[in-house]
Write a protein that binds this ligand. Structure first.
Ligand code: BV8
Length: 225
């Protein structure tokens, strides 16, 4: 049975109105990465980091899946083999579209994490410095997001999926953040057919044997058919 593994990045959610990171006016143009997406930034100014994620959590709560997300949900429902989505995105749009095999390697906006005891719980829409952990009561609640320098979630399972994939697709990612940026090369070397679906060629386009360029809401439904 053909196993399909799909990596998604911010580009797949752009047409749902959620900002990407490195496009013109993107999230990293508004905030320095080290200030809002590192543990050091959170320690330095937790209020700024909570504001950054509160804004994105509210936007994600309102966002609706676009035809690219819907096409991947159709693919999982119709494909005879397994379909897995490994997403760098922290919005819940793949689940809203109907996919169930979704691995959030960079965490999720709807999750909260205790920096003191590692307890996880559903995040409130608004978080603030000093929010306490419902388990250990420490005032150490943070967004359950993987920041730079932190180890992404589900890595063992992801490498295994990449080793077993017959088809690997990367959708809407600039290929600049590791370890996700290495998945295309890894899957290709393990024997998968690799395809990149993106607005334009990513920095690691050479890792893919096929490329389709254009807006995700157009090229992903065409690719899924
Ligand atoms: C780790 C938090 C160790 C969530 C994020 C030097 C060399 C190599 C690596 C490193 C290095 N120095 C440091 C590192 C490691 C570092 C890293 O890669 N840094 C980079 C900047 C060099 N990585 C880490 O620290 C990671 N941890 O390495 O731990 C380890 C690893 C493995 C095993 C054990 C230990 C942790 C990385 C996670 C950081 N957290 N964000 C959040 O706030 O959202 S990363 C951030 O970038 C987001 O998560 C985002 O998902 C991710 C990738 O960005 P993209 O999704 O690709 O978005 P981007 O805007 O860049 O691109 C959008 C693309 O879409 C564009 O190509 C555009 O053309 C396209 N597009 C736009 N519109 C559309 C479209 N396509 C189609 N249709 C459209 N409409």
């Amino acid at each position: 049975m053909e196993k399909i593994v799909i990596l998604t990045g911010a580009g797949i959610s752009a047409e749902s109105g959620l900002g990407t990171f490195r496009d013109e006016g993107g999230l990293w143009a508004q905030h320095a990465i080290e200030d809002v997406a590192t543990p050091e930034g959170f320690a330095r100014d937790p209020a700024l980091v909570h504001r950054f994620y509160n804004t994105r959590r509210a936007q994600a709560a309102e966002a609706v899946p676009n035809p690219a997300h819907a096409a991947l949900a159709r693919l999982e429902a119709q494909h005879s083999g397994e379909v897995w989505i490994v997403t760098q995105n922290v919005d819940g749009l793949h689940e809203k579209a109907g996919n169930s095999n979704v691995l959030h390697m960079h965490g999720a906006l709807d999750g909260a994490l205790c920096a003191a005891c590692d307890h996880r719980w559903p995040a409130p829409l608004v978080m603030a410095p000093g929010d306490s952990c419902p388990s250990c009561a420490a005032p150490a609640a943070r967004p359950d997001i993987v920041w730079f320098g932190e180890v992404p979630y589900h890595m063992e399972r992801i490498w295994q999926l990449l080793d077993e994939a017959d088809l690997f697709a990367a959708i809407g990612t600039s290929g600049q953040v590791y370890p996700a940026a290495a998945f295309g090369q890894h899957a290709g070397r393990a024997g998968a057919h690799t395809v990149e679906l993106n607005m334009e060629a990513s920095v690691n386009a050479r890792d893919f044997s096929e490329a389709r360029h254009g807006p995700a809401s157009v090229i992903v439904p065409e690719w899924v058919k």
